[in-house]
Write a protein that binds this ligand. Structure first.
Ligand code: FMN
Length: 331
């Protein structure tokens, strides 16, 4: 069997191969953030083709952290029923079902821009808006932690196998982690340890909620801007996240987003490999992976644990099936 199709156990969960659908907003929820039949069909169409896992697109944890009009919500108890339909249809295919949770912070979609929350009242480097966000109070930081906990409880009640904390692509937790957007002078800003404090506290809180289920963290490992997060920062944060209960580190970009600076396949692979060399926990990477042979190399030669296949899976829902045929025929 090729490495890409070797099963892997993480805690009690058996991933039948190494291919995971990474979170991608699909704008199929109602304006209230309820799961629709379109959401269910979209994931089922892909999961049934042999994916090992699906990280469902981000649900917002509170209305002020919402990022788009038709985003999924995990902010109220009345969302549990719809989320449960989504989780069970994915799990019925044999795929592990994870829900990504997010707060948009300064990048949230808010009618009242003065209500945009951020660590230090500064815009993310690549965002242009007329109104700058405001600096969060300690009370608002505590509220975000409480909202992550409630949203995770709802995801667990809905039957998801785990949750992924969104700490990438310039959203709230990335804004805290990054020296480009965090100039706070209290315990949540300044040193690397202080900047990462909110992420680490959220991880340790959510660990308590998920128990034997899975906790993933999507790490914006590099901002792609001068004076942004460095490689030593990313390695340090990844290690601390694991110490605080994260089971899988999912490597992606920071303020610079998910696209990377090159068009080559696997543009975040070198960074993910460096992180993996410093960890014992599994590491996943996404970013431009489209050929089965290359995906297999990422597992077999680079030693990473999971590949995220996003855009290729949008254009070809049967990507895992196609990959298996291609790799088998090559042997
Ligand atoms: C339409 C679209 C929406 C996305 N939305 C999210 C998101 O909400 N959260 C997230 O962590 N990543 C998001 N991503 C990034 C993907 O998860 C993935 O990391 C990225 O597309 C690179 O992988 P790929 O080249 O295989 O597509 C999105 C990507 C696309 C194309």
């Amino acid at each position: 069997m090729t490495a890409l199709f070797e099963p892997k156990k993480v805690k009690d969960f058996l991933f039948k191969n190494r291919i995971i659908m990474p979170p991608m907003v699909s704008e199929k929820a109602t304006e209230q953030g309820q799961v629709t039949d379109k959401n269910v069909e979209y994931y089922l169409d892909r999961a049934k083709e042999g994916l090992a896992g699906v990280i469902v697109e981000p649900a917002f944890i509170s209305e002020n952290g919402r990022c788009s009009r038709h985003q999924l919500s995990a902010a109220d108890d009345d969302k549990v029923e719809g989320l449960s339909r989504l989780a069970s249809s994915i799990k019925n295919t044999g795929a592990v079902a994870i829900l990504q949770l997010n707060h948009g912070g300064a990048k949230a979609y808010s009618k009242d821009k003065s209500e945009l929350l951020s660590p230090s009242g500064v815009l993310a480097p690549n965002v242009t808006q007329e109104v700058t966000p405001r600096q969060m109070t300690l009370g608002e930081i505590a509220q975000v932690k409480a909202d992550f906990i409630k949203a995770t409880e709802r995801a667990m009640e809905a039957g998801f196998d785990g949750v992924e904390i969104h700490g990438a692509h310039g959203f709230l937790l990335n804004q805290f982690n990054s020296p480009l957007t965090n100039f706070r002078q209290d315990k949540y800003g300044g040193s690397r340890k202080n900047r990462a404090r909110l992420s680490l506290e959220v991880a340790s809180d959510l660990k308590e909620v998920v128990g034997n289920k899975l906790l993933l963290y999507r790490l914006g490992a590099t901002d792609g801007y001068d004076k942004g997060l460095t490689m030593p920062d990313a390695i340090w944060i990844a290690k601390e996240l694991v110490r605080n209960g994260v089971d899988i580190i999912d490597v992606s970009g920071g303020h610079g987003g998910y696209r990377g600076h090159t068009r080559s396949q696997g543009y975040f692979v070198p960074i993910a490999v460096e992180i993996k060399q410093n960890l014992t926990q599994p590491v996943m990477v996404a970013g431009g992976i489209s050929s089965p042979q290359y995906a297999n190399e990422v597992i077999e030669e680079e030693g990473l644990d999971f590949v995220g296949v996003g855009r290729a899976l949008l254009s070809r829902p049967d990507w895992p099936y196609m990959a298996k045929q291609e790799l088998i025929n090559r042997k």
